[in-house]
Design a protein around this ligand. Structure first.
Ligand code: IMP
Length: 428
């Protein structure tokens, strides 16, 4: 099983950090294939914690090569901050962290525009990291790949052109009061990062494809989640990339025939950050409790996450869109102590009841719930399904059957050992 793709099956924040870390233990390479500094996960280095947004957690394993592939958008200043933080903690990066020279650069003007838009009436609650405007430039064919960092004259020319294009929009959004940064200002902000980044640049497509073809173990790590996908998510309340499994092929540059397994991550409940429909959202003390116990606050922005019950029509949708082979269910322990656990099994819509996700009617559809008894026992010490309390097992068995996808792993706490591994995607 050399190449596995790991994707979020909900609106992101499904606990990818921990699961990717478990799967990375025996991986030769971890590849991030899309998104940018809008993702965030916490790395634990000794007694110390740091939040990284671009570098995969595999960086903590000395034998693992980490790749930021060309489907990503990279803010060079965020990247260098992460490199500094990692090096300060004694983590060796040379030759282990490689960056695609075709990944696109997030410049200060992208961050400025993202922030200005979020002040307006069309705000969708982005992370304000410049991700959307950078992907816009890429698709508009005026984006700047990191490879341009090798040639300062070319970089100056491309930045000049991009600023000319964005200037009227900045004037409009800023009501004439916000200054458009000059080429010199943008280049001055970027210059200190160039010497650090240029030696890391590679043709990541060739590297990843060669590694997969050699039969090495490769983890393609998704960011965000299925329902934030620009094509398959709750548009327009989505990110600007393709966090679904197909995005792994496009973003890393390998064909679908090279992927051996696609694993989806799903929380035992649902969360969402930012605006957009969320039919199973809880606005009561149970939602508040899940937020508190599950520490549901954005790791990039610190925003409180919206919380709600698990949505099976949405999960089945994710299983289909990604072609999931298996599901890893996380944060089951967060539900411990609730008297009752509910799960959405269908929707009532203007056109009747449906077990599918009514994507066009999410604002008006009413979730139909099935209720399960809660449990109070601590779950973290369970190492097999049979160690779990009966009520938790009943809930999981129902979800697995309804999701139409087998579980590969159940996570019962933040620690690595608080995990029930049902199958190893990298068997020896
Ligand atoms: P953007 O990706 O910053 O443009 O934000 C677009 C939408 O995606 C917003 O609703 C964000 O809250 C959401 N989003 C982006 N990245 C993540 C993530 O890593 N986890 C959860 N939500 C995210």
């Amino acid at each position: 099983m050399p190449a596995i793709v790991i994707v979020g099956a909900q609106w992101g924040d499904e606990g990818k950090g921990k699961i990717v870390d478990i799967y990375t233990e025996r991986a030769d390479m971890v590849v991030r294939f899309g998104g940018g500094p809008n993702a965030g996960h916490t790395l634990v280095v000794g007694d110390d914690k740091l939040v990284v947004r671009l570098v995969p957690s595999g960086i903590l394993r000395a034998e693992t090569t980490c790749v930021l592939a060309q489907g990503m958008v990279i803010d060079p200043r965020s990247l260098v901050t992460e490199l500094d933080e990692l090096e300060r903690r004694g983590i060796k990066l040379a030759g282990r962290l490689l960056v695609s020279d075709r990944a696109h650069v997030i410049f200060p003007y992208h961050v400025l525009i993202d922030g200005l838009r979020e002040k307006g009436k069309d705000a969708i609650g982005t992370t304000k990291r410049g991700v959307g405007p950078c992907y816009e430039d890429k698709v508009a064919r005026r984006g700047i790949p990191l490879g341009a960092f090798r040639d300062t004259n070319r970089l100056r020319e491309l930045v000049g052109r991009a600023i000319d294009d964005w200037a009227p929009i900045v004037h409009h959004l800023g009501a004439g009061e916000v200054q458009v940064p000059t080429v010199d200002e943008v280049l001055a902000a970027i210059e200190p990062t160039r010497a650090r980044i240029v030696p890391m640049l590679v043709d990541s497509q060739a590297l990843v494809e060669r590694t997969v073809r050699a039969g090495k173990k490769v983890v393609l790590e998704g960011a965000q989640g299925t329902l934030l996908d620009v094509d398959h998510g709750t548009y327009p309340f989505v990110t600007s990339s393709t966090p679904t499994a197909g995005g792994a092929c496009v973003g890393a540059g390998i064909g679908p025939t090279r992927i051996d397994e696609v694993v989806g991550l799903v929380k035992a409940y649902t969360t969402r950050v930012g605006g957009g429909p969320f039919p199973t959202e809880l606005h009561d003390h149970i939602g508040e409790r899940i937020r508190k116990v599950g520490a549901e606050f954005g790791s990039v922005t610190g925003r409180p996450r919206r919380t709600g019950w698990l949505d099976l029509p949405a999960l089945r949708y994710a299983v289909r869109v990604n072609g999931l082979d298996a599901l890893a269910i996380t944060k089951l322990d967060v539900l411990t102590g609730l008297d009752e656990v509910k799960v959405c099994v269908a929707y009532d819509t203007k056109h009747g009841r449906t077990e599918d996700l009514p994507m066009d009617e999410l604002d008006s559809a009413t979730p139909v719930y099935q209720s399960f008894g809660g449990w109070t026992e601590e779950l973290g010490s369970a190492r097999a399904m049979t160690d779990l309390p009966k009520a938790a097992r009943t809930y999981l068995e129902f979800v697995e059957k309804q999701a139409e996808c087998p579980f590969i792993l159940v996570s019962t706490g933040p620690r690595r050992d608080e995990t029930i591994v049902l199958r190893d995607p990298f068997p020896l």
